[in-house]
Design a binder for this molecule. Sequence first.
Ligand SMILES: C[S@@+](CC[C@H](N)C(=O)[O-])C[C@H]1O[C@@H](n2cnc3c(N)ncnc32)[C@H](O)[C@@H]1O
Length: 236
Amino acid sequence: MGMKDKMELEDVAFIGRTYAEYMDMFAMEEKIFLDGPVLDCPAGSSSFTAEACTRGHRVTACDMLYNLPVRELEEKGNRDITLIGQKMEETAHLFRWDYYGDKKGHMGHRVAALSRFVADYPAGGKKGRYVRAELPHLPFADKSFTLALSSHFLFLCGDRLNPGSHAESLMEMARVSSGEVRVYPLQGLDGKPYPHMEEVLNMLEQNGISAEIRFTPFKFFRGADKMLALKAGRRA
Ligand SMILES: C[S@@+](CC[C@H](N)C(=O)[O-])C[C@H]1O[C@@H](n2cnc3c(N)ncnc32)[C@H](O)[C@@H]1O
């Protein structure tokens, strides 16, 4: 099989990570939930919300596909897990498999997240845990959350959006969070750092949002060891 330097995807995959992966990616400890409600945007088939809510935490997930019924999401989720598995075979050198033990261990996390999400989505949707939303607009009042998380969408799919659209989405997330917005990873599907980061951070600064780049203990995508932490107003 020929190896590729970039994972080529026609569509943004409906795929998801687990609670444990989120805690690592965003360098979070459980006490962070004591501060207030958390937003996951876009959440895809992540089980972060389902697992966090089982632990008694207040978390809301949003995604542009949450208007679809659970069976359609499950089918798309299963198709996308298979597709990502094939694409990862062609780009295996871009990943550190030891984080999950091996490739099978990694796929096990994707399947477990989807299954946990599917089990929670119907009842969780009725309780308002799964909300249809399409960035750059979020259907939440200002400061509805104390933390907003965005994993594996914005900079990862960086070539689908221009720098202005990135800034617009990040400002919208900052609007609905009274605390931080955290984004991971800061690289594209080719493993290279998002090329317009400085331009995006300048636009945010002009709109009163300060940024910090922080290390994360999550080590799967090679070189993806940092997250972006944004906060409205100046940092102390
Ligand atoms: C890779 S998944 C998210 C994975 C999840 N955050 C995690 O790390 O487990 C990307 C999601 O972005 C959603 N999406 C794509 N464009 C969007 C937009 N403009 N607004 C909201 N969701 C969007 C897709 O439907 C898909 O479910």
